[in-house]
Write a protein that binds this ligand. Structure first.
Ligand code: FAD
Ligand code: NAP
Length: 335
């Protein structure tokens, strides 16, 4: 375990804001991690830092999870794969493609680690982690006891899980078991995937084709954190009552909406923010990305407060214009 005192979080988070933490431990060993969570007071857990915004300096111990390993647990047509929490998600996708295993090709190029993926049940292009999830192991902070969570116990929802609610800050996820498949059931109906496949003349796509298309679409629309700091979608898409959606549609006939459950609609927050005039807006070093209003960016040298302030202005302007409350998807660290 490597300890860095007074560590700069700039290079450990994709927003790249100026902030330090008192102690940053890079943990590669499970038993060292168990000891650390037993003895360190209220540690903060960090993976790839692609969904975290630190506000000011953090006077806490930060444990960066770097446990590695991808192994077959059970061989069958739908094999179970154990993935250590520190594995990079996209490298797992590439590993699955290399083994001709389907199920996560639509989730290509999502930044971050395996351990963080269950937190918000990562999702893109109509697929969520939940669809391939079997179980996970987590160590309880304070006691060091290992506990297994089944899919039901994780209580996955839309960009949500028990780890964002009752179990928040109580566990470190150390490994996840996924059920992938040699039988491929492609989902190409979402977003621009099918259009791009058509443009390329691909009539019978493989998981490799779908992954490639998803990567290309993402690279054309999303800012590369190595070039411009960001944490992907800063806000969640709000889910509102059907009745409220219908009233909104009366005033704004072009408002998009997708059914979500029996009596609710998901409204793309990016559309609301863009209509409220924020797309491409810049205030100091913080901004709203010019190609996708859902993404807030650090143009260089921004601190967490500047990004947070911009996000609050956007939230209140969307509320004022549409009467819809949007909220951050990004995890705000302010200690
Ligand atoms: P971090 O940012 O390090 O942590 C996120 C949260 O998880 C924190 O609260 C942290 O304390 C906690 N955490 C991290 N590791 C563990 C662990 N082992 N045990 C317990 N808690 C832990 N997300 C999507 O869902 N879909 C997308 O398509 C998508 N696209 C993105 C595109 C870009 C360009 C960027 C920058 C982000 C995108 N994201 C997307 C958000 C982000 O990639 C995911 O949320 C990802 O799962 C975060 O992983 P991480 O390892 O970087 O987590
Ligand atoms: P998009 O395809 O332009 O779609 C805009 C919004 O409409 C998305 O938020 C999406 O919701 C919703 N949508 C589109 N088609 C839908 C359908 N058939 N059914 C239900 N909802 C639909 O979005 P984008 O910005 O280019 O992103 C593409 C995908 O990558 C999305 O799934 C998005 O969630 C994901 N992504 C996530 C992040 C992140 O940080 N969380 C960052 C970048 C991209 P959903 O968001 O629910 O899919």
């Amino acid at each position: 375990m490597e300890l860095i005192n007074n560590a700069s979080l700039k290079s450990f988070t994709t927003f790249g804001v100026e902030a330090t933490c008192d102690h940053l431990y890079r943990v590669e060993d499970l038993e060292e991690l168990r000891l650390a969570v037993q003895y360190l007071e209220r540690p903060l857990i960090l993976g790839g830092g692609s969904n975290v915004l630190p506000i000011g300096d953090i006077h806490r111990n930060v444990l960066r999870i770097e446990l590695k390993g991808i192994d077959f647990v059970e061989q069958s047509n739908d094999p179970l794969i154990h993935v250590a929490a520190g594995e990079i998600w996209h490298e797992l996708v590439l590993w699955a493609l290399k083994h001709e295993l389907g199920g996560i090709e639509n989730l290509s190029l999502i930044p971050g680690t395996m351990g963080a993926a269950p937190m918000q049940n990562i999702g893109a292009y109509g697929v969520e982690l939940e669809s391939v999830f079997h179980s996970l192991e987590a160590i309880e902070i304070g006691t060091g006891i290992t506990r297994t969570f089944t899919k039901e116990e994780c209580r996955f929802g839309y960009r949500d899980s028990i780890f964002k609610k009752e179990a928040k800050d109580k566990y470190v996820i150390v490994g996840v078991v996924l059920k992938l498949s040699y039988d491929h059931h492609l989902n190409t109906s979402y977003g621009a995937i099918q259009d791009v496949l058509n443009e390329r003349g691909i009539r019978q796509p493989t998981i490799h084709d779908v992954s490639k298309v998803v990567i290309d679409i993402r690279q054309s629309k999303l800012p590369d954190p190595n070039v411009i700091g960001n944490a992907g979608s800063f806000f969640k898409n709000p889910i509102i009552l059907l009745q409220q959606y219908e009233a909104l549609k009366d005033s704004y006939p072009s408002v998009p909406g997708f059914p979500s459950g029996a009596n609710e609609m998901k409204v793309p927050a990016g559309w609301l923010i863009e209509q409220a005039g924020w797309k491409g807006y810049r205030k100091g070093n913080a901004g709203c990305y010019e190609k996708q209003a859902l993404v807030l960016v650090n143009h260089g040298g921004a601190n967490g407060e500047e990004i947070l302030e911009l996000s609050m202005e956007i939230i209140s302007s969307v509320k004022q214009k549409f009467g819809v409350m949007i909220s951050p998807e990004v995890n705000i660290w302010n200690q």
